[in-house]
Design a protein around this ligand. Structure first.
Ligand code: FNR
Length: 371
């Protein structure tokens, strides 16, 4: 399909399905176990409706905000995704070029295909310092290693390369059961005649990714990580009010409510339900750090719902991998444009013109809040 016919973010998934090599499709679309966490993410945002206010002058709408002290033209960013080289030959370089026109932010994965320095330089070289809107910015997602030194090395490199904040992923002490991926890998092993390997792969033994995880990471480790980094720290993958409070106690600047796109724990809570849990049990958290959410956000209107309930910004993952794979940099730009236009339209139709006017009264979450 021609890029000009992509009207919503789901169109990128359909386009990628037609063009992505099978191993890439299975990696990107994969989910934990039977897929309930992932489906739950997608469904969750539709359980909320707006409470629009009318007869307000909405002729000028601004989507500007700030993320961890950095101005941003938009309240959504591209979520960190590993191995983008499977989606596009220029991988993260093609991705970040897609930020330049809109000024959107992205969080770059530890397991990126290209070196983090090249990604940062590529963006810097593309950005033309024109008068006007905020510049695109990069943040770094950290998977810690079992040993301290390689972890410190990532942190030092990210700092030197100018990444603005560090997002430590805390929902992946080991890799979840990635069903589609395992089936695909087992079939590939069988095709080369290795029954034993196929059997191991489908049980999650011997996968190349299982060795990359650090199951020993604890709350106390955040101290040396924070010290080495020396800038804003976000915990990616908080799923309860209790852990949100612990993150505040640790002096984190942000938390990302996320179940890793439904790729880790089976029957994990959606970011929306954790957002509501925090509103109910420890609303003071919203004053002490910035709260982000991700998982299943596919429409600019969904972004607005999350902001009304207290999120500072939201992450969008898979649609950008699909857009990159099917259309390269132009696809990434268009995916940003689609979400931005949907957001502006939703803001105008609920009667607000800037993001400092978002408010819980603009959504009907009573069913959730009375739980
Ligand atoms: C991810 N995610 C992820 N998270 C992380 O902290 N480090 C990583 O390297 C990756 N890699 C990754 C690869 C792929 C292909 C996907 C789909 C996801 C999780 C990601 O950052 C984010 O939490 C979810 O993707 C958000 O959900 P949606 O928007 O994909 O539904």
């Amino acid at each position: 399909p021609h890029l000009a016919t992509c009207v919503d973010t789901h169109d990128f998934e359909r386009a990628a399905r037609l063009t992505m090599p099978a191993p890439t499709w299975s990696y990107v679309s994969s989910f934990a176990n039977g897929g309930h966490s992932m489906q739950g993410n997608l469904d969750s945002w539709n359980t909320i409706t707006f409470r629009p206010r009318v007869l307000r002058d909405i002729t000028k709408v601004s989507t500007e905000t700030s993320i961890l002290g950095q101005a941003s033209s938009l309240p959504f960013y591209i979520s960190p995704m590993g191995l983008l080289g499977r989606s596009h030959e220029h991988a993260e370089l093609a991705l970040v070029r897609g930020l330049v026109r809109s000024g959107a932010h992205a969080v770059i994965s530890t397991v990126s295909t290209r070196p983090m320095e090249d990604i940062a330089t590529t963006l810097r070289d593309c950005v033309v310092q024109e008068a006007g809107g905020p510049l695109p910015q990069l943040h770094f997602q950290l998977y810690t290693r079992p040993e301290q030194e390689p972890t410190l090395n990532y942190i030092r490199r990210a700092k030197a390369a100018g990444y603005k904040s560090l997002w430590v992923t805390v929902d992946t002490p080991l890799l979840g059961k990635r069903t589609i991926d395992r089936r695909h890998m087992a079939q590939a092993a069988l095709a080369i005649g290795s029954e034993q390997q196929a059997s191991n792969l489908s049980l999650g033994i011997q996968s190349f990714t299982t060795q990359a995880q650090n199951g020993a990471l604890k709350w106390e480790d955040l101290k040396w990580i924070k010290e080495a980094w020396g800038g804003p720290l976000v915990l990616k993958g908080i799923q309860t009010a209790e852990d949100a409070k612990l993150a505040v106690d640790c002096g984190c600047e942000g938390i990302l409510l996320s179940n890793h796109g439904g790729r880790q724990l089976h029957s994990a809570p959606s970011a929306l339900s954790t957002l509501v849990e925090i509103r109910l049990h420890c609303p003071e958290v919203f004053d002490k750090l910035q709260v982000f959410v991700d998982g299943g956000l596919r429409d600019g209107a969904d972004v607005l719902k999350a902001l009304c309930l207290g999120a500072k910004a939201v992450g969008v993952g898979r649609p950008f991998s699909y857009a990159l794979s099917a259309y390269g940099t132009a696809g990434v730009e268009r995916c940003v444009d689609i979400l931005a236009e949907e957001l502006r339209t939703a803001m105008a139709l609920v009667g607000i013109t800037s993001l400092d006017q978002v408010h819980p009264d603009l959504v009907n979450a009573s069913r959730l809040l009375n739980e």
